[in-house]
Design a protein around this ligand. Sequence first.
Ligand code: HEC
Length: 171
Amino acid sequence: MVLLLFIKYNLKSFLFLFLLNTLYFFFIINSSFSSNQKDSITFFKKGIAIYKKANCSSCHFWHADGGNSHGGSAASLRSTDLSHKDLLRVIKCGRPGTNMPYFSRFAKKDLDCEYIDSIDKLVLRGARLLNDNEIKILTKFIYDEIKSKPITKKYCLEFFKTKSACNKYNH
Ligand code: HEC
């Protein structure tokens, strides 16, 4: 009888602990998932905000798919095959002899841009320069969310902030 009670009691506490543990795990996984999700939404918003701030869209258009603009024929950032490192370099230092300006506030001192002797003569200057952190976020954004990706409704909505501009995108 005592033994039975003992087992019963233990089983109960075992079940209780088991339940507690499961809940705990569920909570941890769930909260880390939602914080990851939050991070990626913030990253997406920041990427577009910097793209707009630097006015990349004046040449590469809002959709970043390039085309003919006042800056000549601007490359599509969606079909670019540049590596992450090369994207970073082009955005920081511009491309000498073309209409692609440099955007780093520190381009003249940046070792990555050393191929530009006299940066002001050979390369256009971006209308609004960016700091290293902004360039880092923008480059990662283009590499992760633009390169080899179609124009999405999510992107359109974040860019224009109005639904009517994005009706033609289903997802
Ligand atoms: C004044 C117009 C203009 C602006 C503003 C501009 N670009 Fe460009 N960009 C160009 C042109 C033109 C090219 C093509 C250069 C060439 O012929 O090689 C180019 C090329 C690029 C490339 C190289 C793509 C490849 O596959 O070779 C990247 C990356 C790029 N631009 C990113 C940006 C970003 C990011 C911004 C904003 C921070 C920006 N550009 C702003 C005109 C512009």
